[in-house]
Write a protein that binds this ligand. Structure first.
Ligand code: DGJ
Length: 734
């Protein structure tokens, strides 16, 4: 059992293979956080908690004014397990609960603790799962009102993963109002840490950024109703000198796809506090008597030896215990998507001719992207009208799917179910289905509005339209796109006082719809997309095992995007396609081999007009598909290592590697991503090999000692062309 309860000193200690997390109830019933870090033999870690009270810190209400002061004790300066507003802790709060009398002063005190075998579930929300995990539940109650907080902890020993979620239960006879419902507080008593976050924009997602945690609050967030391209709901807190293979690192990943906030703050005594959860901007949730509010889950991984180990834990946990369905571990079909090949300009014959040519190269699935429905020939109309444009296709959808199947490929299709065009039959019939504020002209993203997914009738309408197609047509794959962020937030279903619930109710509605569709169509492979990687998060991965990583398909730009993404998310989740050169987003000209090499470390697919390729290019794609399939198991199931960062100014190269878990095989991808003159070849130190075994590289005669390849390194040589790439396959000599 990974949870140790010590009733004598009231400590609750969670153990994973390498980490230890400890909570303690003090003699006043407050729940304190004593330690989260490297696994140690059991010890009560509370000895360091009471560091003195800084001036202007309130002494806890548990002390009477006439008591002799215990001047070491203030909630403002003691590490808390869950922070609330209004009780004297002026650091960032996680939970702000306003009672019916208007006060905002929750004072949580310990009630009980229990342990269960298996991982808890969260009603209506995505979460990691696993029968082998353990659950600790700690219940707290406000000192005055019958309002309870249940803290849930899931412990996955093997992955050094601890998950958290909070339930707020109203047992009073009046409503309460939750003004902030974050999923965690994590207090560190030492203050010198860095915060690594992954910012970006459309077509440039998850750019690595590292800063010291400064005094005040460093915040990573989204108020867009989606996790967004601009900040990913994943951060790393680490020692200032931590790196890929050394130092303490804590990953914080939200299992949520809506507006979020992750805050890292440092106070006047240099204590660091992390809080994370639903963004509290425009959030206000009424909880009626006997009702419960559940926060999303946060998934924390601790590594005692840098980011590489932390990423490995996330990769395995996400693949095995977050993704679900038939395709979670299965090889995904190599697909061709027509978007960059044709955009809106296609008909059925064109698609079939692309499918036929793609089949010759080894492609297995044809995906028809945007533009097949309603009267859509550009992005200004028809979202919401999910019936085929038979005039454009030249046949029914079922017939088109059959023609593609007859060409030897499976058939996949694009939807954007959450959005609506004002020029659509659905909008004309139900204008209230879209988010709009009464009396105001709405703001529009990409000429469209967002459907109010908090409403059941809206979800039912979309479900009926999509499921009709999935039942009537032989569809093997769905790309679920979302090309707006949510503004004009107002739901026609809720009273004025409850409009602060809409953003979160949208997410609950979306998750319900996704659960329904993915359950009803278990054989369909679903790929999530939001203008590329605008909703690449653990929430969406619970429903769909892969995400279109970015609309930027330039392989040189993709190095940064995929490298940044890899800190939390495994290769199997990253949609990656070979597209045309010059690239449509950057105009960069790159070798076809480089485009393929980068796409291998994702799902590998094509996104170009294959009918326009030369014979030589087709031969190269054939070779790539065969090579990708040959190394598929290694790449998808192996251990991913970042060797040279594309964000570094010290190198002209980006190199990553995947080694098999037994160390007998590895594959290395290197790309020269800058074109400076007079630059030496790189030697790169490999990882994950067996030190005393010899390896061949790409089947060559020469043998290299594993230890030498890891300590001295492997020389990387490049052709003298722009942006060359090399793939090195290492196999152990038995
Ligand atoms: C945004 C996606 O990221 C693209 O791949 C494509 O599907 C377009 N939407 C279609 O409108």
């Amino acid at each position: 059992m990974s949870v140790l309860i010590n009733e004598n000193n009231k400590t609750y200690t969670l153990y994973t293979n390498s980490s230890m997390y400890q909570i303690k109830v003090d003699d006043k019933g407050l729940l304190l956080h004593t330690y989260y870090g490297k696994r140690l033999d059991y010890s009560d870690m509370s000895y360091a908690l009471y560091k003195g009270v800084p001036g202007f810190s309130p002494i806890s209400s548990d002390f009477n004014i006439y008591d002799p002061w215990d001047d070491t004790y203030s909630v403002c300066n003691i590490a808390q397990e869950i922070s609330t507003f209004g009780n004297g802790d002026f650091r960032n709060s996680a939970l702000n609960v306003r009672f019916a009398d208007g006060t905002l002063g929750f004072e949580p005190r310990f009630v009980s603790a229990s342990v269960e075998k298996g991982k808890y579930k969260i009603p209506g929300l995505p979460a990691f799962y696993g029968d082998d995990a353990d659950t600790l539940i700690i219940t707290l109650k406000d000192k005055v009102y019958d309002v309870y907080i249940h803290l849930y902890y899931g412990v996955f020993e093997e992955y050094d993963l601890i998950t958290r979620s909070v339930r707020i239960e109203n047992k009073t006879s009046l409503p309460i109002y939750i003004e902030k419902a974050l999923s965690m507080t994590l207090d560190f008593q030492y203050g010198k840490y860095d915060l690594i976050s992954f910012h970006g924009k459309h077509a440039e997602e998850r750019m690595f950024e590292r800063n010291h945690i400064m005094h005040g609050t460093n915040s990573v967030s989204s108020t867009r109703g989606a996790s967004g391209h601009m900040q990913n709901p994943f951060v790393i807190i680490c020692d200032e000198n931590a790196g890929e293979y050394s130092g303490n690192a804590w990953g914080i990943a939200l299992v949520y796809s809506g507006s979020f906030e992750i805050n890292a703050s440092k106070n006047q005594m240099n204590d660091v506090r992390i809080t994370a959860g639903i963004n509290h901007e425009n959030f206000n949730f009424e909880v009626l008597p006997n009702d419960v509010f559940c926060t999303p889950e946060v998934a924390m991984v601790y590594s005692d030896s840098g980011f590489d180990k932390m990423s490995g834990c996330y990769h395995k946990a996400i693949r095995n215990n977050l993704c679900r369905g038939k395709y979670k571990l299965a090889r995904r079909p190599v697909l061709i998507n027509n978007w960059e090949g044709t955009y809106f300009n296609f008909n059925g014959d064109k698609l079939v001719s692309m499918a036929k040519d793609a089949k010759e190269l080894g492609v297995e699935l044809f995906v028809m992207d945007d533009g097949w429905f309603g009267k859509r020939d550009d992005d200004r109309c028809s979202l919401g009208d999910w019936y085929p444009n038979e005039k454009k296709l030249g046949c029914t959808l079922a017939e088109l799917a059959k023609r593609i199947n007859d060409a030897g490929l499976k058939f996949g299709i694009w939807f954007e179910p959450e959005c609506i065009s004002e020029d659509s039959d659905l909008y004309r019939a139900h204008p209230d289905y879209a988010f709009r504020m009464p009396g105001r002209n709405p703001s529009r993203c990409r000429s469209q509005l967002v459907l109010d997914m908090s409403r059941k009738e809206v979800r039912d309408n979309i479900y009926d339209q999509i499921s009709k197609i999935l039942r009537e047509v032989n569809v093997s794959y769905v790309k679920w796109d979302f090309n707006s962020h949510i503004c004009n937030v107002y739901s026609a279903d809720l009273p004025a006082s409850r409009q602060g619930e809409v953003y979160h109710r949208y997410m609950l509605g979306l998750y319900e719809l996704l659960e329904r569709i993915t359950t009803d169509f278990p054989d369909v492979l679903f790929e999530s997309c939001s203008g590329g990687g605008g909703r690449f998060d653990c929430g969406m991965l619970y429903y769909m095992p892969q995400v279109w990583t970015s609309d930027d398909t330039d392989p040189v730009e993709r190095l940064k995007i995929q490298y940044g993404t890899s800190f939390a998310y495994p290769v199997s989740t990253m949609g990656a396609h070979v597209s045309a050169s010059p690239n449509h987003q950057s105009a960069r000209v790159t070798p076809l081999k480089t485009r393929g090499a980068v796409a291998y470390f994702g799902t590998y697919g094509l996104e170009l007009d294959v009918t326009k390729m030369t014979l030589e290019e087709k031969e190269e794609i054939k070779r790539q598909i065969a090579e990708f399939k040959r190394h598929y198991d290694l790449i998808q199931n192996g251990e991913y290592h970042r060797l040279i960062s594309p964000f570094s100014n010290d190198s002209n190269y980006c190199v990553w590697e995947v080694s098999s878990s037994d160390g007998k095989e590895a594959i290395v991808c290197s790309v020269r991503n800058k074109s400076e003159a007079n630059y030496a070849n790189e030697i790169v130190k490999l990882k994950g090999l067996i030190p005393d075994k010899y390896y061949r590289i790409n089947g060559g005669d020469k043998k290299y000692l594993g230890g030498a390849l890891m300590q001295l390194g492997m020389p990387i040589k490049f052709d003298f062309i722009p942006y060359p790439a090399n793939i090195y396959h290492l196999t152990v000599c038995e």
